[in-house]
Design a protein around this ligand. Structure first.
Ligand code: PRX
Length: 635
């Protein structure tokens, strides 16, 4: 029996049982046999979900880049590590071998050092999907700096907020980025953000689009000349197992985005393990995850998981619709991609287009298809299975979160029989539990409840940067002694899990987590807005879209409503980014509230979803008459 590479359903059950009975032994074997350590651990696991405190492989010393790069050099130095496919299909793809990756990461690490970055310092990375993005993560890890990647679609104030929260010292960005036929002035956004970020002492700028940009003397430096002068050898810093590897922000229901802190050793072991099993990666395979490295999926399954396995990982700069809707499939054919991992929103968007776009290309290299980020609906699942996988490639519907670091529930292809819309079974080492409203665990099958995890796993986030109290309140307070995911789930008659969606005020739009409170705060900034409430409603392509109910001040009444809508969305774009724009904005004179003044979002959600047959008891509302008014005007 191999712990590390599961083949067959029986083996999965054996490994799973062992991982629950002897979790420490299970993870210790995985860690021991498949990674290089400068020093082994003194203790595999120490944990307490009350505090909460979790430590894996305590006492171990390592550097993750030695596992992701150095150890492959002897045997696989010329193998392609990163296969970069540019935005423009006319431009040549770049094959970066492990040898080249090593040189580029080391040189970049030396440049960071020359800017005064050392172990424990935070580096913010705000880059498009170009090789320097992956390289900059690894360069930070090489010298023990903590990276904080901010998705390059976020606005300047969202960027500034994240930089300030973790007091980043250096920012890595580019002169601009390509997005399909458009170019984006990334440096302009950065300049605006940096007006309010006192911790940043220097900015490293990658040249990508060759545009005229402002370079502030003393602060901004072109990266290339610094790299040219840097040595491509850089000793890897010795890190403790529990040293933070990175911070990645994710939206919560309320307040500031949460800077989830991930550790070094546990994260490495868990992402590498899941990569190997969920994608059944074999030596010469080409793996492609279409996510952006600005999200956890890109961190774990473009960079760390694949590289820790010595894999070839594709990085795609562009979008699925440029130059046409066949782009994904063209790339699959061109690079003979074996495992393809994407989001349901992309599948739904492509399924709307002519089948020609898929049928034109040879997709016979594909062995495994993945889905992540939101529930995949049955129609999308079948379209993916029939037209992309030709009913031959199993679909792995992988459930996990920024906080979990690695895939938690997923089929193991060729072992676990798949079932549309089900993420199926927990990965080895993962112990899910469904909880009822009273906080009791629901045993047995054919049940549904709130999804918790009752035992630690190596890649779980250890804290929220600068706010351990919030970490405890958000994840460990709802159900005693358990990690609460924020998701609802059901377990079918054989024990398969199906994730039903968020049970809090987080809305997943096109696979991106959006908290309602920060968007409402942005809307309320408009001088004519008195109050607002935002809910999600079902959308064909995005999964969910945003619906805003807005109460205007007297000054707003009588104004052109379409102009107001545009202005409100403009403010959201400035505060958060275009991904948080509202699809529908309904002006109303009031919002349904409980007697304690809390907005009844449940009612608003139903109205926005055109599902008003069962609104429940509205008589206890402070203002039940408003429900009628809102229903009359619904968009
Ligand atoms: O609601 C679940 C949904 O995405 C949330 C986590 O979002 P984020 O931290 O951005 O990470 C996304 C990529 C790992 C979860 O709480 N989610 C993620 N994967 C699935 C899913 N919902 C249903 N099925 C999935 N496969």
């Amino acid at each position: 029996m191999s712990n590390y590479h599961i083949k067959g359903l029986e083996e999965y059950f054996n490994v799973y049982r062992k991982s629950v009975r002897y979790p420490e032994k299970f993870w210790e074997e995985v860690a021991e046999e498949h990674f290089v350590w400068r020093k082994k651990w003194d203790k595999v696991l120490d944990w307490n979900f009350e505090k909460p405190e979790v430590r894996w492989f305590e006492g171990a010393k390592l550097n993750i880049t030695e596992n992701c790069i150095d150890r492959h050099l002897l045997t696989n130095g010329e193998k392609t590590a990163i296969l970069f496919e540019p935005n423009n299909p006319e431009d040549e793809a770049e094959h970066i071998s492990y040898n080249q990756l090593s040189e580029r990461v080391n040189a970049f690490a030396n440049v960071l050092k020359s800017q005064g970055v050392g172990k424990g310092d935070r580096v913010c990375i705000y880059l498009p999907m170009i090789p320097e993005l992956a390289i900059s993560l690894l360069a930070c890890a090489r010298i023990g700096a903590i990276h904080s990647v901010v998705f390059a679609g976020f606005s300047s104030s969202a960027l500034a907020m994240r930089i300030n929260d973790s007091e980043c010292k250096v920012l890595v960005t580019s002169d601009g980025s390509y997005r399909g036929a458009k170019t984006i002035d990334l440096k302009g956004i950065v300049d605006e953000a940096l007006e309010n970020t006192p911790s940043i002492s220097s900015v490293l700028v990658v040249k990508r689009i060759e545009s005229q940009i402002n370079m502030e003397a003393g602060r901004d430096h072109w990266l290339q000349p610094l790299l040219d002068n840097a040595s491509n050898k850089c000793e890897a810093e010795t890190m403790d197992a529990e040293d933070p590897l990175f911070i990645l922000y994710t939206s919560g229901s309320t307040g500031m985005p949460k800077g989830m802190v991930h550790s070094t050793a546990g994260y490495m072991v868990n992402t590498a393990y899941t990569f190997k099993n969920v994608f059944q990666y074999r030596n010469d395979d080409v793996f492609w995850c279409t996510a952006d490295i600005g999200w956890i999926t890109g961190h774990s399954y473009i960079v760390y998981g694949p590289l820790a396995n010595g894999a070839t990982t594709v990085m795609f700069e562009g979008v699925p619709s440029y130059p046409d809707f066949g782009r994904f499939w063209e790339i699959v054919e061109k690079h003979k991609v074996n495992q393809f991992y994407t989001a349901p929103t992309a599948i739904r968007a492509l399924a709307k287009e002519k089948l020609d776009y898929v049928e034109k290309y040879d997709l016979s290299s594909l062995k495994v298809l993945g889905s992540v980020g939101e529930p995949i609906n049955e129609e999308a699942w079948h379209w993916y299975n029939d037209n992309v996988g030709k009913k031959k490639s199993p679909i792995v519907d992988t459930w996990w979160q920024t906080e979990t670091g690695a895939i938690m529930i997923s089929p193991i292809p060729f072992s676990t029989p798949t079932k549309p819309t089900y993420a199926t079974l927990p990965m080895p080492g993962i112990q899910p539990a469904l909880m009822d409203e009273e906080g009791k665990e629901i045993e047995g099958n054919q049940v549904d409840g709130r999804l918790c995890i009752k035992f630690p796993w190596p890649s779980m986030a250890r804290t929220i940067w600068g706010n351990h109290k919030r970490y405890k309140e958000t994840y460990f307070s709802a159900y005693e002694g358990k990690y609460f995911t924020g998701d609802g789930a059901l377990r079918d008659e054989v024990g398969y899990y199906r994730i039903t969606g968020r049970v809090d005020d987080v809305i997943i739009v096109s696979g991106h987590n959006l908290g309602t409170a920060p968007i409402e705060d942005a809307v309320n900034e408009h001088p004519a807005v008195a109050e607002s409430a935002i809910v999600g409603f079902p959308h064909d392509i995005k999964g969910n879209a945003l619906y805003g109910y807005v109460i205007l001040k007297e000054t707003g009444e009588g104004r052109d409503q379409n102009n107001l809508r545009k202005e409100i969305n403009q403010i959201i774009t400035e505060h958060i980014g275009p991904i948080a724009k509202l699809d529908k904005i309904q002006f109303t004179s009031g919002l349904p509230k409980t007697r304690s003044g809390k907005i009844m979002r449940r009612i608003l959600r139903k109205i926005a979803s055109n599902d008003t047959s069962n609104l429940g008891d509205t008589s206890t509302l402070l203002n039940p008459e408003i429900v009628e008014e809102i229903m009359k005007e619904v968009l």
